[in-house]
Design a protein around this ligand. Structure first.
Ligand SMILES: *Cc1c(COP(=O)(O)O)cnc(C)c1O
Length: 371
């Protein structure tokens, strides 16, 4: 049986790229490239969450409340908390997986008592679906909110009004993590498009040696796992590598505002940005809603599909962090419902590779118009 190994550096850097050499010029060039592209000042960071944290620290006061999309990665929650701010979750619309004008208005009515400290809103463009930015801008203006754009899912996409994501808010945060639009294993960047209210130190320290080595060996390890998967042992080897801390799950990447990415990661990110090899042209992931997801998953696994995790299995994912968050399930029913039904694949798998998976899913589709 052919084994489809989803989720393991599928279109990420090659083994050779993992061991390639970069230098300080790559850091400078990447930073200059992004500063020009997004029209601001750029800091390169250890990862996306550190970039987001720096952006938040730069424009808000400690204790301010920030609106966060109620279908997101723990990284976003962590960045808000680490910046000394308070996340408030706004429910989503199920077609786009983003908050929209309607859900935000409902949210605002419910949040009225706290509204006087709500100062900002993070636009996420879930899985590469753009928000209706003009309406969000209007909402933000009316309520006096500052917009921060999180481009982890949406670097390179355009909003319905034609503007590129990252050219609207006071700041944009990028992630170069595994499976993101730009994948250099880890890394990130923040671009200040308007003068920050607070001066935050630039992250100039190089990465820790352990993080640096983990990134370098990641393509090699995943290639080995892929090979071992021929005898059904790829998943086991990956678990062992994770246990030994030779491989780090993306969600566990630590936030650290004092460090930058490695030179070779800067080189890889720059190459992808320049060649548009990154997946910013369209959706980051295609998604489907199914009934009885557990059964679908088990069938997919039997057919050799290996899943690391879905985006997203909980309103704030991964599940192992969800318990820590007092997530307001009552006020975000759509997010809760959707996380029980969603299945998604990274789009970079070829249609041939995905065809059998789609056949497996078909009988389970929930039958809504957008499947
Ligand atoms: C992955 C992700 C980030 C940042 O990720 P890092 O792992 O810190 O690079 C930020 N926002 C969203 C929505 C993400 O999915």
């Amino acid at each position: 049986m052919k084994r489809y190994y989803l989720g393991l550096n599928a279109n990420g850097p090659s083994i050779k790229e993992g061991f390639s050499r970069g230098n300080s010029r790559d850091l400078r060039e990447l930073s200059d490239f992004l500063a020009k592209k997004y029209e601001g000042t750029c800091y390169l960071t250890k990862n996306g969450r550190s970039a987001l944290c720096i952006a938040l620290q730069s424009y808000f006061e400690s204790g301010d409340k920030i609106i966060v999309n109620a279908f997101t990665c723990y990284a976003v929650y962590e960045a808000v908390i680490e910046a000394g701010l308070v996340p408030v979750f706004a429910d989503i619309d199920e077609k786009t997986l983003n908050f929209n004008e309607k859900t935000l208005n409902v949210f605002w009515e419910g949040a009225a008592i706290h509204a006087n400290r709500i100062k900002g809103i993070i636009v996420q463009n879930s899985l590469g679906n753009p928000v209706d930015i003009e309406k969000i801008e209007k909402f933000a203006k009316k309520r006096g909110l500052t917009i921060i754009e999180d481009l982890a899912h949406s670097a390179g996409i355009r909003y319905p009004d034609g503007r590129e994501a990252g050219t609207v808010g006071v700041a944009a945060a990028l992630s170069f993590g595994k499976d993101k639009c730009i994948n250099s294993i880890s890394g990130g960047a923040v671009i200040f498009r308007e003068t920050p209210v607070h001066e935050v130190e630039a992250p100039v320290k190089p990465p820790k040696l352990s993080d640096h080595l983990r990134a370098r060996f990641y393509p090699l390890f995943t290639a080995q796992c892929k090979k071992l998967n021929a005898i059904h042992l790829g998943g086991v080897m990956m678990q062992v590598l994770i246990k030994l801390h030779f491989v780090e799950r993306s969600a566990d990447n630590k936030l650290d505002v004092s460090r930058r990415l490695s030179e070779f990661e800067a080189k890889l990110a720059l190459r992808q940005l320049r060649s548009f090899r990154h997946r910013g042209e369209g959706k980051l992931r295609d998604f489907y809603f199914v009934k009885n997801r557990a059964e679908v998953l088990s069938k997919l696994r039997k057919n050799g599909y290996f899943f690391d995790a879905f985006w997203y299995e909980k309103p704030v994912s991964p599940e192992r962090y969800y318990q820590k968050i007092k997530f307001p399930e009552k006020t975000c029913p759509t997010a809760v419902k959707i996380t029980k039904e969603i299945i998604n694949f990274p789009l970079y798998y070829s249609p041939e590779e995905l065809a059998p998976a789609k056949e497996i899913i078909k009988p389970y589709l929930s039958g809504r118009g957008y499947d």
